[in-house]
Design a protein around this ligand. Structure first.
Ligand code: HEC
Length: 469
């Protein structure tokens, strides 16, 4: 045989092998086969996904019910892991988003299909040498030592029975002068039970009065999911998995002299008696503040008939007159009947910009969403809010059985329809002596210490049973 023939045969074989391999590939993928150089394994492919997206909560002593750190833990729950990731129930992230928010907890379609492949292959472990080192979580404050730490006067003891608890703790700041805050960091005293925390402000001493009326000998007061008072401001919220972030340089959130922080904590029942004393770390601004972080609440009235399965309401808020603004964060808020909320901005050219859309509201995962790039809204824009509620018996979260008419109120059995927007005014330059007054300054409302809740009171009357509609 001539060498050239041998060569031809060899190359034909190579082509055939290549073709065969190529033709195998799509099949293998469809039936959950190859991934990269070899099969999908736990140690090489799955552990890195879980470490980056799940283990912050799913580890010993944390809020999630089991650990997902080791092969043995994950193998026995593999089907469930696939179910909750495919349905996007986990990791908890309730906004529809495309990378516009800081710390977006969402798996990519590729990551979900890798998990699917791994499960269909029978959950192979793979080589132990591929196993990544377990992630390291900050034991202490992740932003470093706070400038000020506030906490309840004593630990709170949660009973073994009785389910979830909502409790508000009044934390005096005793500040001798007004300060600007750059960040807050929540340090749960007991990670097994602290489900979410919202830090409100009260400059009128209303929350102190409620605390004094409590007679169970424990710090704080019972709030049934609400706050029991109309806050004068809010510093923000936290849920497990949320990392604290500093405001951009030159922006600060005002903390008035003498104001109280009201820490509303949702405790998740663990079935055992538990103790907690959550700390709130406060970081003051380190550079001169040029712009005040302001808060704009957007409300919609509520009057939800008993049994209504698709009650819709909407509200509009104009932006503080005469100025372009930049929105830094948004936090939707509803109670147990809430299903969906959309907050949008209508620009002067009539175009609509979506600020946040929560397609499936979950009261247990209330979050504030921080934009990677502040959203610029020109002068004369309007913010609109639309929300949907299910007050039917078919809603498993309905706190009333049988359903009752539901109005605006503080209790978990009442409802709320509100979105908080945190923003700065572009033309404000405090360092150049150019403060800007906004609607809330003029009303003396949220965060300004005055009696500016007239609008809210009116809402309640318009929507409430006393309006006699
Ligand atoms: C921010 C904290 C957090 C993160 C991150 C998180 N989980 Fe969870 N997970 C929980 C909590 C809390 C529960 C208990 C149910 C609840 O309260 O919603 C839970 C429940 C589960 C359940 C049980 C669901 C059921 O129906 O009982 C599975 C499975 C699960 N998580 C898987 C995952 C996976 C996989 C990831 C990562 C892709 C993940 N979780 C990320 C907090 C978290």
């Amino acid at each position: 045989m001539k060498p050239s023939n041998t060569l031809t045969f060899a190359s034909a074989l190579a082509v055939w092998v290549a073709l065969f391999t190529v033709s195998l590939q799509p099949n293998a993928i469809a039936s959950g086969g190859e991934h990269g150089k070899g099969k999908v394994t736990f140690t090489r492919d799955i552990a890195p996904i879980l470490n980056a997206n799940c283990v912050s909560c799913h580890r010993q002593g944390e809020i999630a019910p089991f650990s997902l750190g080791r092969y043995a833990d994950v193998r026995k729950r593999a089907k469930q892991v696939l179910e909750v990731t495919e349905s996007r129930f986990m990791p908890p992230w309730h906004a529809e988003s495309n990378g516009e928010f800081v710390d977006e907890h969402r798996l990519s379609p590729d990551q979900i299909s890798t998990i699917k492949t791994w499960v269909s292959l029978g959950t192979p472990e793979g080589s132990r040498t591929d196993m990544p080192a377990p992630p390291v979580f900050p034991k202490d404050w992740s932003l470093g030592k706070p400038d000020m730490v506030v906490e309840a006067s004593a630990p709170y003891t949660m009973a073994a029975e009785g389910g979830d608890v909502y409790r508000c703790f009044v934390l005096p700041t005793s500040l001798p002068e007004d300060r600007y805050v750059a960040a807050i960091e929540v340090h749960p005293g007991n990670n097994r039970i602290v489900h979410h925390v919202i830090a409100y402000l009260d400059s009128r001493g209303q929350a102190r009065k409620l605390e004094q009326k409590m007679s169970d000998g424990q710090p704080g007061y019972v709030a049934h999911g609400g706050l029991g008072i109309m806050p004068t401001g809010a510093l923000g919220g936290w849920a497990p998995g949320n990392l604290p972030h500093l405001l951009p340089d030159g922006v600060g959130s005002e903390l008035e002299k003498g104001v109280d922080i009201v820490l509303q904590i949702h405790y998740h029942a663990s079935g055992k008696q538990e103790k907690d004393q959550t700390k709130l770390g406060i970081y003051f601004t380190k550079t001169a503040v040029d712009k005040r972080l302001r808060i704009l609440p957007v409300f919609a009235p509520l009057n939800i008939p008993a049994g209504a399965s698709n009650y819709t309401t909407s509200g509009i808020s104009i932006l503080p007159f005469g100025n372009d603004v930049s929105i830094l964060e948004v936090m939707p808020h509803m109670h147990l009947l809430g299903k969906e909320m959309t907050v949008s901005a209508e620009l002067p050219d009539k175009s609509v910009k979506r600020l946040v859309h929560v397609p499936e509201w979950d009261f247990n995962w209330q979050m504030n969403y921080m934009y990677k790039q502040p959203v610029k809204l020109p002068i004369s824009s309007r913010v609109t809010l639309t929300a949907r509620y299910d007050n039917s018996a078919a809603n498993p979260h309905n706190p009333n059985s049988p359903p009752k008419p539901v109005y605006w109120g503080e209790q978990t059995t009442d409802e709320m329809c509100i979105a908080f927007l945190w923003y700065t005014v572009d033309s404000e330059h405090l360092t150049q002596g150019k403060p800007v007054k906004d609607i809330l300054d003029l009303l003396g409302g949220l965060g300004r210490g005055g009696g500016g809740t007239g609008g809210l009171r009116k809402l309640r009357q318009n929507a409430g049973p006393s309006s006699g509609s």
